[in-house]
Design a protein around this ligand. Structure first.
Ligand code: FAD
Length: 319
């Protein structure tokens, strides 16, 4: 059976949810193999979890230097494994880093690239979002090893037993290419809230909030639901909320079970980052706001009246 390489996203010894989704979708094309790039001891913490989602082989590239460079180590390792294994495809999360890795890898391999795929057939035909989700295109790579970025949350992860046989990769693949070095890391401060791209519920605020202080309304509802907080670019540009929480074409892509949009008009660039959410709820005082075109449930009203009532009702029901 053809091998399908997936790049493992991990942090603090935990496999990110999107990796399980990649392993699940990879099984449609062939036998999934996971590629782990990290510091020494990383793979040992991840391997059982990768096996539980069907990884047949786990390629391990570990080096003390792995976290010292931007995306070069992952590109180098994937290029090396792909060149010697002729995979049916390479699947990478459509995260900030993942998109950069995929672009560089496709160029390196002389391969076609499909980005932001939301579904993938067993014959390699992919569905992917175009123009902020206004169109779904179906396409297939015909040159080289297909390199495909998959939208986080686009499909549900399903467990499957895999042998997860460990294969070391020569770490000189990591050490090659040192044009930029990471000198410090500042963890994003999201408090106790879940990480935005991993959260199953996201509550977002837009320019309709009117001020940074008013974002407390968004945070209160988010905390009641155990949700992450997001923001539109207009809210970020107005200084209401930090850029790391921006959702959309030039921000993060999320695909939670529930997305609540408060005071967000629903511009195409915002939709690009959230339109694959399973259920979308919008509160907007303008009945013509485009967000209502994609909302499953919409409330036309002033968010400052609607949201506190909603938060209060949920709190009451939680007992
Ligand atoms: P607005 O469009 O101003 O909408 C505010 C909404 O709040 C309105 O619909 C209004 O009716 C409603 N409202 C106001 N007061 C209340 C109230 N009291 N109660 C209820 N509703 C109320 N945008 C992004 O979000 N993410 C991106 O990544 C992004 N990337 C971009 C990239 C490019 C190249 C460009 C050109 C634009 C990008 N944008 C992005 C900007 C995008 O085009 C919109 O300008 C932006 O999304 C609008 O944000 P908004 O909906 O918060 O603000």
């Amino acid at each position: 059976m053809a091998e399908v390489l997936i790049l493992v996203e991990h942090s603090d010894g935990e496999v990110k949810k999107v990796t399980f989704e990649l392993l699940t979708i990879a099984r449609r094309l062939g036998e999934p193999s996971a590629v782990v790039v990290g510091e020494p001891g990383t793979a040992a913490k991840l391997i059982d979890k990768l096996a539980a989602y069907g990884a047949a082989t786990v390629y391990v590239a570990e080096s003390a230097e792995a976290a010292s460079y931007l995306v070069t180590p992952q590109v180098n390792v994937l290029a090396r494994v792909a060149a010697s294994n002729t995979p049916a495809a390479v699947l990478i999360a459509a995260s900030m880093d993942g998109k950069e890795i995929a672009g560089r890898l496709a160029l390196r391999l002389g391969s076609g690239l499909l980005s932001e795929v939301v579904d993938l057939d067993s014959d390699g035909v992919a569905s992917h979002s175009l123009f902020g989700g206004s169109y779904t295109a179906r396409s297939k790579v015909v040159t080289g090893f297909p390199v495909i970025t998959v939208q986080p949350g686009a499909i549900d992860a399903e467990p499957d037993e895999g042998a997860a046989v460990e294969q070391p990769v020569d770490v000189s693949a990591i050490d090659a290419g040192r044009n930029a070095r990471i000198t410090a890391r500042q963890p994003a401060d999201a408090g106790d809230r879940p990480e935005l791209t991993e959260a199953s519920v996201v509550v977002s605020g837009g320019r309709g909030l009117g001020s940074a202080e008013n974002f407390a309304v968004v945070e209160k509802l988010a905390d009641t639901l155990g949700a992450a907080v997001g923001a539109s670019r207009a809210a970020v540009d107005s200084g209401y909320y930090p850029h790391q929480f921006q959702i959309g074409q030039t921000g993060k892509t999320v695909s939670p079970q529930l997305y609540v949009a408060l005071g967000i008009s629903g511009a195409i660039q915002h939709r690009a980052g959230m339109q694959t959410s399973k259920t979308i709820v919008a509160v907007n005082k303008d009945p013509e706001a485009p967000i209502f075109d994609i909302a499953d449930f919409g409330v036309v009203g002033d968010l400052f009246q609607v949201v506190p009532q909603l938060t209060g009702e949920i709190t009451k029901r939680q007992g």
